[in-house]
Design a protein around this ligand. Structure first.
Ligand SMILES: *[C@@H]1O[C@H](CO)[C@@H](O)[C@H](O)[C@H]1NC(C)=O
Ligand SMILES: *[C@@H]1O[C@H](CO)[C@@H](O)[C@H](O)[C@H]1NC(C)=O
Length: 398
């Protein structure tokens, strides 16, 4: 009998051991089979989520010029301009599905929005994408060199999107810049899709600076404004503020969703970036951003980022990138001397919740506004943790 007992516990031990071994080997097997199956599918998919006039062209270029990146600027522009739908809400799933296909290098999804016989140049701002100016899309620019948009525009147009699609599949990173998302929830299926490895970079900017920049581009923004405001009839003087209110609300919505109570599939996939931090410490911030998505800084990019943000670009470079090479830190403060205080007060009211959440101090007087020695940027570390209000409701979300 005692011998039988020993055998029983030995048996149990062996069964447990075998179970453990099965689990372990399955784990290995799955890992290897995953690697073996689809090396080309193991891409990182970066969504550069921003709003109009928030410095996303610069950040987009910092990705586009990277030798490992296939970049497209605002593919959702096609959805918003082609489909006649009343508002952003009605369009968001079409935008989401377009993004998903483009991330997977399926550009056939674009056909719905392009003329029947189209060239790659039918893609909105196609020449902003260095990958479309490099092999295999175009022989012009070696993949590890910076692209010249003027030359690309002349030399790299081709029929159809096949070459662009072929190019996409040869890169480790697909980066899409979008200004047309106002929430994260519609992206949940993408975040849970095992074929996608999404990183979201949420670029925000001081609403006062955004307002000033928008005022210089009223006409260009008219169509988007109507969609943002769901085609409501809005008096011209109120329009900018109402659009800004929607944008500020969306920043709060997105940031709180990602930071306060993120669903498990969002954890570690969201990074908020303030334009002003990038303007002050471009190299440090860009290094962080690249690291977050698994890209390495290159000496060429380091030099380019420095020149573009420090106003020492050679004339030809300026022209090449169409990003005016100015002192970025000064530009980010320009609203303080040029925006009338009345407007500053108004935008601060409209965007109050977003400004406190994102770390932008309000000014109480014109004197304070114009005193550039007063720093209006709350340092990053403390605000992310202690500035969060306990409630999720903000004045402008109500
Ligand atoms: C399309 O690209 C081809 C070169 O592949 C060019 O000859 C043609 O003029 C382009 N068509 C348009 C409409 O731009
Ligand atoms: C970009 O191309 C234009 C037109 O060919 C040229 O004038 C300019 O010098 C080029 N810039 C650089 C940096 O090569």
């Amino acid at each position: 009998m005692p011998r039988c007992k020993v055998n029983l516990s030995t048996m149990i031990f062996l069964v447990i051991l075998q179970g453990a071994a099965v689990v372990l080997f399955c784990g290995w097997y799955m890992e290897f089979s995953h690697c073996g199956h689809a090396p080309s599918n193991r891409k990182v998919h970066v969504l550069l989520l921003s709003s109009w006039r928030s410095g996303s062209s610069f950040l987009g270029q910092a990705f586009s010029q990277h030798p490992s990146v296939f970049y497209l600027m605002e593919p959702a522009w096609h959805v918003w301009t082609k489909l006649h739908k009343p508002g952003a809400r009605a369009l968001r799933m079409a935008v989401r599905d377009l993004i998903r296909s483009v991330f997977q290098c399926d550009l056939s999804v674009m056909e719905a929005y392009l003329p029947e016989q189209h060239n790659v140049s039918a893609l909105f701002m196609w020449f902003e994408s260095r990958a479309l100016c490099s092999p295999p899309a175009c022989p012009l620019t070696p993949r590890n060199q910076l692209s010249n948009q003027t030359r690309c525009k002349k030399a790299c147009d081709t029929r159809g999107l096949q070459l662009a699609q072929d190019a996409c599949s040869t890169y480790s990173h697909v980066v899409l810049k979008e200004v047309r998302f106002f929430e994260l929830e519609s992206l949940y299926p993408l975040l849970q899709d095992p074929h996608l490895d999404i990183r979201i970079i949420h670029l925000v900017r001081d609403p006062r600076a955004v307002l000033r920049s928008r005022e210089a581009a009223v006409k260009a923004l008219a169509r988007d404004n109507a969609i943002v405001l769901e085609q409501k009839n809005t008096p011209a003087v109120e329009l900018q503020y109402q659009v800004m209110q929607e944008i500020c609300r969306s920043h709060v919505r997105i940031n709180e969703r990602a930071i306060l109570k993120p669903p498990p599939f969002l954890e570690g996939r969201y990074k908020m970036v303030r334009y002003e931090d990038v303007a002050r410490n471009p190299l440090e911030e860009m290094n962080d951003i690249y690291e977050f998505v698994g890209l390495e800084m290159t000496p060429e990019l380091e030099e380019w980022i420095y020149h573009v943000t420090h106003g020492r670009g050679k004339g030809s470079r300026r022209e090449a990138f169409k990003i005016t090479s100015r002192n970025a830190a000064d530009v980010s403060q320009a609203w303080r001397s040029t925006l009338p205080h009345e407007k500053v007060k108004r935008i601060q009211e409209v965007c109050k919740g977003a400004m406190s959440l994102l770390g932008y101090r309000t000014v109480d007087s014109e004197k304070e506004q114009k005193s550039l020695e007063i720093d209006l940027l709350v340092p990053r570390e403390p605000y992310q943790f202690s500035w969060l209000p306990a409630k999720t409701e903000h004045p402008e979300t109500s």
